[in-house]
Design a protein around this ligand. Structure first.
Ligand code: SF4
Length: 493
C-alpha cells in the first residue's frame, strides 16, 4: 500500500510521535481546535515569515495554499524557468514522496541557491535542524545546488529606533548546511520508516506521555488522553522520563497502582498519598509562611504583551511590555480594596504602568504574587525607566511568591499535579473559576489587548474588550486573596 505524501510538518509530526503523523494523515478530525494563544503564535509565525521576505527582495511568491499543492508545484516550476528570478518565496517542491514549501529560496548566481527557513524564535533549537534537513533532502534530490541551508531567526539584541525596522539587524541567519549534511542518511531512513508506518492498515501503538508536549504541543492530546485514569501518573510533578518508562513497562497508568517500593521524590510521594487517602496535605510551615506578610497586603498581577516584531521605540523582539495591572489590597482589619490600570492607547505602556503602579503600591506592605513573573516585569521596568529605578527596585524586596509557598507546603488531589492558579482556584474556592470569563488566560489577554488598541476595531468592541480585560486581571488578584484565605482556614482546621 502506498502511503500519503509526507510534508515537512507531517515529517516533523512523525519525528515527535508516529501516532501523531498517522492521525495527521488519516484522522485529522480528531485534532483539537487551536486555543486563542496557539492561534496567536501561528499568526506571529506568518507575520515574521512575511516580513523576512523583504530581507530578500524581488522574489516570486507562490501564492497557492496547502489545499492547492499541484497548482503550487506548477507555479514554482514556472517561476524557476526565468533565469533572472532572484528568489522564490513559499516554493513547492516534491521528491521521494515528500512535499515541501520552502520559506525562501534565494538565488546566489551560477545556478546555486540559499535555502532560508524562517523561524519566529530567537535561537536555533536542535530539533529545528530537521526542518532544514528534510528540505535539503528534497531540494538536493531534485538537483538544486545549495550553497547555504539554514535558519533565519529574530535577533533578540536588536533595538528598534521607532522609525524604520532594520531588517538586516532584526533578523540573523545561521547556516546549518554542515549539520544538515550529517543528518542526510538519518533523514532518508526516517522518511522510509515513516512511509512504511503509514502504509500499515492500523495506527501505531503509542501511549501519551511527556513527548506529547515536546517539542510541540500535540493537537491530538485531548483525544489520546481522554481515557486516562483520573489520577494519571503524569500528575506526579517532575517525574523523570525513565521513571515514566518503568511505570509504563509495569502497565501502571494510575497513581493509585504504584507500588510503595517505587522510587519517587518527596513531592511525588506527597501527591500519591493525597490521591490514595483522598485528602489534602497541609505542611507544618504553611500557616506561618502565609501570615508573615506585612499589612496592607497587595495582591498584584500584570498582563503583558511581548511582540515578536518590535512595535515601539527602544524595544527588542519579544520585549515584555506590561499594559495592565490589578492590585487587591487587604488591610489589617480585613477590608479589601482594589486598584487597577489598563493602557487604552497604541503606545509604549511602560511609563504609565510604572507611574500608576508606584502610586498604588506606595512604600508599605507586602506584595503577594503568584509566581515569579511580576518580579521579572518590575525588574525590566526598572531597567528601562532610570527615573523610577530605585523605587521600582525597592518593590522587589516586598514581593512574596504565594505559588512557592503552596507548592512547598500544600497539595490537594484535585490539583491533578498542576499548581496553576486557573487550576487551584476552582478546587479551593468552587464559587470562583475562570470558566465564565470571556478571557481565560494571559496569552488570550495579550491577543485581546492588541485587538482593543487596533485602529480598525469598532469602539463598542473596544469597550467590550476593555471590560473583559479588567474582569480577567481583577479575577487573578482576587483569586490570590481567596486562595490564601481558604488555605489559612484549612491550616486552622
Ligand atoms: S497526544 Fe501524544 S501519543 Fe497522542 S498522537 Fe499526540 S504525541 Fe502521539
Amino acid at each position: 500500500m502506498t502511503g500519503p505524501l509526507l510534508s515537512k510538518s507531517r515529517f516533523l509530526a512523525g519525528l515527535q510521535c508516529p501516532l501523531r503523523l498517522w492521525y495527521s494523515c488519516y484522522e485529522q478530525e480528531l485534532a483539537s481546535e487551536p486555543t486563542p494563544a496557539q492561534q496567536a503564535l501561528f499568526d506571529t509565525g506568518h507575520q515574521v515569515g512575511e516580513l523576512a521576505r523583504d530581507r530578500y527582495p524581488g522574489g516570486v511568491l507562490i501564492e497557492e495554499d496547502h489545499l492547492h499543492q499541484e497548482d503550487a508545484l506548477r507555479s514554482t516550476r514556472g517561476a524557476l524557468k526565468s533565469s533572472r528570478v532572484p528568489g522564490i518565496y513559499e516554493g513547492a517542491f516534491t521528491f521521494d514522496g515528500v512535499l515541501i514549501r520552502a520559506d525562501i529560496l534565494g538565488s546566489v548566481g551560477d545556478g546555486a541557491w540559499n535555502l532560508v527557513e524562517v523561524k519566529s524564535g530567537t535561537g536555533v533549537k536542535e530539533y529545528n535542524l530537521y526542518d532544514v534537513a528534510i528540505q535539503y533532502h528534497v531540494l538536493s534530490g531534485l538537483g538544486f545546488e545549495l550553497k547555504q541551508a539554514g535558519i533565519l531567526n529574530l535577533n533578540k539584541e536588536y533595538v528598534y529606533d521607532g522609525r524604520k525596522l532594520d531588517l538586516e539587524a532584526l533578523f540573523k541567519f545561521t547556516d546549518l548546511k554542515e549539520e544538515v549534511l550529517e543528518l542526510r542518511e538519518e533523514v532518508a531512513a526516517k522518511i522510509r520508516n515513516l512511509k512504511a508506518m503509514l502504509g500499515q492498515t492500523t495506527p501505531p501503538a503509542k501511549d501519551p506521555s511527556r513527548h506529547c508536549r515536546n517539542p510541540y504541543d500535540c493537537d491530538f492530546y485531548d483525544h489520546c488522553t481522554k481515557n486516562m485514569p483520573v489520577h494519571w501518573v503524569l500528575e506526579l510533578s517532575g517525574i523523570r522520563e525513565d521513571r515514566l518508562g518503568q511505570l509504563a513497562a509495569m502497565g501502571i497508568a494510575d497513581i493509585r497502582d504504584i507500588p510503595d517500593s517505587f522510587p519517587l521524590s518527596a513531592l511525588q510521594i506527597r501527591i500519591m498519598e493525597c490521591v490514595i487517602n483522598e485528602t489534602d496535605y497541609v505542611g507544618p510551615e504553611l500557616k506561618s509562611s502565609l501570615t508573615e506578610y506585612e499589612y496592607p497586603i497587595h495582591f498584584l498581577d500584570f498582563e503583558t504583551i511581548a511582540p515578536a516584531i518590535p512595535r515601539y521605540a527602544n524595544t527588542r523582539p519579544y520585549q515584555m511590555l506590561p499594559f495592565q495591572w490589578s492590585d487587591h489590597v487587604l488591610s489589617k482589619d480585613d477590608t479589601l480594596t482594589h486598584n487597577e490600570y489598563l493602557c487604552h492607547e497604541d503606545r509604549d505602556p511602560r511609563e504609565r504602568v510604572a507611574q500608576t503602579l508606584l502610586e498604588a503600591l506606595g512604600d508599605r506592605g507586602s506584595i503577594c504574587t503568584y509566581g515569579n513573573y511580576e518580579k521579572r516585569v518590575i525588574s525590566e521596568l526598572a531597567d528601562h525607566l532610570p527615573h523610577y529605578r530605585d523605587r521600582l527596585q525597592a518593590l522587589l524586596s516586598r514581593c512574596h511568591d504565594l505559588l512557592v509557598k503552596i507548592r512547598r507546603d500544600y497539595y490537594h488531589p484535585e490539583f491533578h499535579g498542576s499548581f496553576s492558579i486557573k487550576n487551584v482556584l476552582p478546587v479551593l474556592v468552587p464559587s470562583m473559576s475562570y470558566e465564565n470569563l470571556p478571557i481565560q488566560e494571559g496569552g488570550q489577554a495579550g491577543v485581546e489587548y492588541l485587538r482593543m488598541i487596533a485602529p480598525d476595531t469598532p469602539s463598542d468592541e473596544k469597550e467590550r474588550i476593555r471590560r473583559d480585560l479588567l474582569d480577567y486581571c481583577r479575577q487573578d488578584t482576587l483569586a490570590m486573596v481567596r486562595i490564601r484565605e481558604e488555605i489559612l482556614k484549612r491550616c486552622r482546621g
